[in-house]
Design a protein around this ligand. Structure first.
Ligand SMILES: Nc1ncnc2c1ncn2[C@@H]1O[C@H](COP(=O)(O)OP(=O)(O)O)[C@@H](O)[C@H]1O
Ligand SMILES: [Mg+2]
Length: 282
């Protein structure tokens, strides 16, 4: 019995050591991946800023503005550089979230106003795809203490995703609710739901979509374009959105009956935010 016990004990010790070493290896790999993202995004940012700046200068050059073909070409460079800039910035945001160094500049803001600003910014895409955007209950929400730029990123991501994964002629609804209305004391929260009539999400993917670089479907089949139907993206949007919401002490999750491109069950993204960021959040 004793010999068996000793044998088992040394076996456990050996296995634990193996696991620990595998864990250290994984940790190193994860750190390398994170460093890789940082290096790539920093190295890309400098030349991109140059391309963006110079192409914008070219665009306002009267000689080019008169030449229809040249003007179109320069417009293409400006748009491409802008898109790359957004991707690089999302990569930098992901690194900050991973390293818990995302800083918030909070002020008092109204979610209703923020959504209206985004509505006008996204109006061309909504028109082109004939998607209607309705809101409900947003004007009754209390103002919250939050970082306006960061929250704009969150709702911009949820709305562009809703446009991307909804076929032409569909609809998007943004609903707001004061979760503690009528309740006295305690922490107060508001909930905002972005609902679409799109292709929906597989139940198994509902959590995975928030991890970095995760996208469903065949990557090579994606069309590009920020608001085209099923347009491709780097799969960072929801990762950044979750990082920002959690930095505010809030929660974000997705609900959907499933993925079906004919029945169109739709998806709903829930965002719960406290009226005031708790000191423990970040
Ligand atoms: N409203 C939605 N309806 C259906 N699927 C969605 C929706 N929003 C996100 N997804 C799925 O989650 C994945 C990750 O989204 P995201 O992080 O924004 O990356 P990206 O937009 O770059 O693909 C998307 O590729 C898509 O498969
Ligand atoms: Mg996205």
């Amino acid at each position: 019995m004793r010999r068996l016990n000793e044998g088992l004990e040394s076996e456990v010790i050996a296995r634990t050591e193996e696991l620990e070493s595998a864990y250290r290896h994984l940790e190193l790999l994860d750190r390398n991946k994170s460093d890789f993202i940082t290096v790539v995004s920093h190295e890309l940012r400098t030349p991109l800023t140059l391309i963006h700046g110079f192409s914008q200068m070219l665009r306002s050059d009267p000689v080019i503005a008169e030449d229809e073909l040249r003007a179109k070409e320069v417009e293409g460079i400006v748009n491409g550089a802008h898109r790359l800039h957004t991707i690089v910035n999302s990569m930098l945001d992901v690194v900050k979230i991973d390293h818990r160094t995302l800083h918030l500049n909070c002020s008092t803001l109204s979610v209703d106003y923020l959504v209206e600003v985004l509505r006008s910014r996204l109006a061309p895409a909504l028109d082109e795809r004939r998607i209607t955007l309705t809101t409900q209950g947003l004007s009754d929400l209390p103002e919250i203490e939050a970082d306006p730029d960061a929250l704009t990123k969150v709702f911009n991501e949820l709305l562009t995703n809703a446009i991307k994964y909804t076929p032409d002629g569909g609809s998007i609804a943004v609903e707001g609710r004061d979760m503690t209305e009528g309740q006295k004391g305690g922490d107060r929260y508001i909930e905002i739901v972005v609902r679409d009539s799109g292709i929906g999400i597989d139940p198994q993917a509902l959590e995975m979509i928030f991890t970095k670089f995760y996208r469903t479907g065949e990557v090579t089949l994606h069309s590009s374009g920020r608001t085209k139907f099923k347009g491709g993206g780097p799969g960072l949007g929801l990762t950044v959105a979750r990082g920002i919401v959690e930095a505010h002490g809030g929660r974000i999750w997705a609900e959907s009956a499933g993925h079906d491109e004919t029945a169109l069950p739709g998806s709903a993204f829930h965002v719960v935010l406290p009226l005031i960021v708790p000191p423990s959040a970040m």
